[in-house]
Design a protein around this ligand. Structure first.
Ligand code: 5GP
Ligand code: MN
Length: 332
């Protein structure tokens, strides 16, 4: 996306925010740190402007993964409000409508602000502010807040920092530009206790999560001269270790770290009623030789060039064949 388009869409978003009174904020399914942080920060910013704002998460997403449990969910609703038609719907960190929790409700002339940093965002909103140069959606919100003359503090600053630190892989992924560090510096000046947040995010790991990681590491395999490093987590792995789905977060970073890896993949069974035959595939690329979002899109998913995913009903053998061929095609 060109800078000028982003500048224009940012002006439009600012106008929308100033002009409307009632908002409903949503994010993608299986909310991660950027999703939760963006919801909370945007809610705080709009409330400070005196707006009527609610955040929506389906009850099935609660409780949030333990990492984010310390964040305050004031203003959260788990049922859509009756005046939904009159609210501006703000989609945060949602690349497309398939992963949105209020499927259907956004159609029929709804007014949708789409604020996101996924380069493959399908621009489904009435106003689309998609900045793929932003490290995280929280960075876009921080930018919007600055333009509105709002200074992040307290819970809002914490929430923005959570989005930033998680989506940049603790400031190590290649999306970590100087702006990310400027944002961090400003948030620290505003009083964010980085060590406290770090402890909540990364050092409260349930033992079951460690055991789940051990299973994934035990089953890891390399293919094609190590270009693909892959592992699996079955429903039994989750059940026997006492893990919930979100405990698989972070496993893939270990796979990506293996020497020679171009693409790391984690294939895990989805849990819960009706999802028994669905599997979630997470993909990570180590450099620009392979764009994993292209591979994910070919299976109906999406994401970023170096971090993407999709849901599938393909079996093990088919999946491995598909991934190996898709990687080989891009490396050729
Ligand atoms: P993860 O592997 O951590 O679940 O997801 C990594 C990234 O891939 C996410 O930030 C998101 O951008 C993208 N992603 C994961 N799963 C899906 C999916 O099913 N559909 C789409 N469009 N994107 C996904
Ligand atoms: Mn994000």
């Amino acid at each position: 996306m060109s800078v000028s388009t982003t500048t224009a869409s940012r002006e439009q978003v600012l106008e929308e925010i100033v002009g409307a009174e009632r908002f409903l904020l949503v994010t993608h399914e299986g909310p991660d740190g950027d999703a939760v942080g963006s919801l909370i920060a945007m809610r705080g910013a709009l409330a400070e402007l005196g707006k009527d704002v609610v955040m929506f998460l389906p009850a099935s997403e609660l409780p949030l993964p333990y990492e984010y449990a310390f964040l305050s969910l004031d203003g959260l609703v788990t049922e859509l409000p009756g005046d939904l038609d009159e609210r501006t719907l703000v989609f945060l960190d949602c690349g497309n409508l398939e992963r949105n929790p209020i499927a259907g409700a956004e159609s029929d002339g709804a007014h949708v602000l789409n604020i996101d940093h996924h380069h493959d965002n399908t621009r489904f909103g009435t106003v689309n502010h998609v900045d793929d140069a932003a490290s995280c959606t929280a960075e876009i919100i921080w930018d919007i807040m600055g333009a509105l003359g709002l200074r992040a503090q307290g819970d809002v600053a914490d929430a923005l920092y959570v989005g930033l630190v998680t989506d940049t892989g603790r400031f190590m992924y290649d999306n970590t530009g100087s702006r990310a560090h400027v944002m961090a510096a400003e948030l620290i000046q505003a009083g964010v206790d980085t060590h406290d947040i770090y402890r909540h995010l990364y050092e409260g790991m349930p033992f079951a999560k460690l055991q789940l990681l051990a299973r994934a590491l035990d089953k890891a395999q390399c293919f094609d001269d190590g270009h693909l490093t892959l592992s699996w987590l079955s429903g039994a792995d989750f059940a026997e270790t006492g893990s919930v789905e979100s405990y698989s977060e972070g496993v893939i970073d270990h796979l990506r770290a293996v020497e020679g890896t171009k693409v790391a993949a984690l294939i895990r069974d989805r849990l819960g009623p009706g999802r028994g035959d669905e599997r979630k595939v997470s993909l990570r690329a180590t450099d620009d030789d392979v764009d994993v979002s292209r591979i994910a899109r070919a299976q109906g998913g999406g994401g970023h060039r170096r971090a993407a995913g999709f849901t599938t009903r393909l079996g093990d053998a088919e999946l491995v064949t598909f991934l190996r061929a898709a990687i080989a095609r891009q490396l050729a």
